[in-house]
Design a protein around this ligand. Structure first.
Ligand SMILES: Nc1ccn([C@@H]2O[C@H](COP(=O)(O)OP(=O)(O)OP(=O)(O)O)[C@@H](O)[C@H]2O)c(=O)n1
Ligand SMILES: Nc1nc2c(ncn2[C@@H]2O[C@H](COP(=O)(O)OP(=O)(O)O)[C@@H](O)[C@H]2O)c(=O)[nH]1
Ligand SMILES: [Mg+2]
Length: 194
């Protein structure tokens, strides 16, 4: 099983909260048939299940902090194994959140061939999240938690981009443009893969 995953394309989708990762991933799924795994969605599904583990996770997420690395990585790995037979590629959305998460992923699963860096201004991300919060029902789409998520993004996640830049696999995507134009650039990056 682990071997099958190793042969599939792995794309990390990294960007701040509200930058548009989920929006672009949906479009990639529609055009390329890749499997979209949002680490945040996997965690929220665990919370929704009402399990003991979910309760612990909810408390962390509501504060905008990071869930322990092993928890998220195990969930991603299980989800990848479940799809290994049918998947041409995996979009790993919202992971790695810190350099250490990337290192552990590579040890346990495999190396990414591309990192899509979805880039929007801080004020844009806040605006989008406040708007999303009107309907998302997400406990962390509120002003206080958004600020914490943004701070953590700049502190812990941006170094991830520098880390993978040295490998030449980062494509920076300007996410201030209209959604379809953003997708044009995303598609170009994916088409560039061998
Ligand atoms: N690898 C990850 C992914 C998510 N989280 C937790 O789950 C929350 C929500 O994650 P996610 O859905 O990825 O949120 P954002 O990227 O902030 O926003 P969006 O859902 O809009 O992508 C994070 O704040 C964090 O508490 C985490 O700890 N580790
Ligand atoms: N104007 C505009 N809004 C966007 C764009 N991409 C995403 N959004 C909106 O911004 C919010 C956050 O997007 P989402 O894909 O959930 O971002 P994520 O937090 O990075 O996964 C959503 O309400 C989207 O509708 C974009 O390119 N332009
Ligand atoms: Mg998302």
């Amino acid at each position: 099983m682990a071997d099958k995953i190793k042969d599939a394309k792995i794309i990390f989708v990294v960007g701040g909260p509200g930058s548009g990762k989920g929006t672009q991933c949906e479009k990639v799924v529609a055009k390329y048939g890749y499997t979209h795994l949002s680490s945040g969605d996997l965690l929220r599904a665990e919370v929704a299940s009402g399990s003991e583990r979910g309760k612990t996770l909810q408390a962390i997420m509501q504060k905008g902090e990071l869930v322990p690395l092993d928890t998220v990585l195990d969930m991603i790995k299980d989800a990848m194994i479940a799809k290994a037979d049918v998947s041409k590629g995996f979009l790993i959305d919202g992971y790695p959140r810190e350099v250490k998460q990337g290192e552990e992923f590579e040890k346990k699963i495999g190396a990414p061939c591309l990192l899509l860096y979805i880039d929007a201004k801080g004020e844009t991300m806040v605006k989008r999240l406040m708007k999303r919060g009107e309907t998302s029902g997400r406990a962390d789409d509120n002003e206080e938690t958004i600020k914490k998520r943004l701070d953590l993004y700049y502190k812990a996640t941006e170094p991830v981009i520098a880390f993978y830049s040295s490998r030449g696999i980062v494509r920076k995507i300007d996410s201030e443009l209209p959604v379809d134009e953003v997708f044009g650039h995303v598609a170009k990056a994916i088409d560039g893969l061998k």
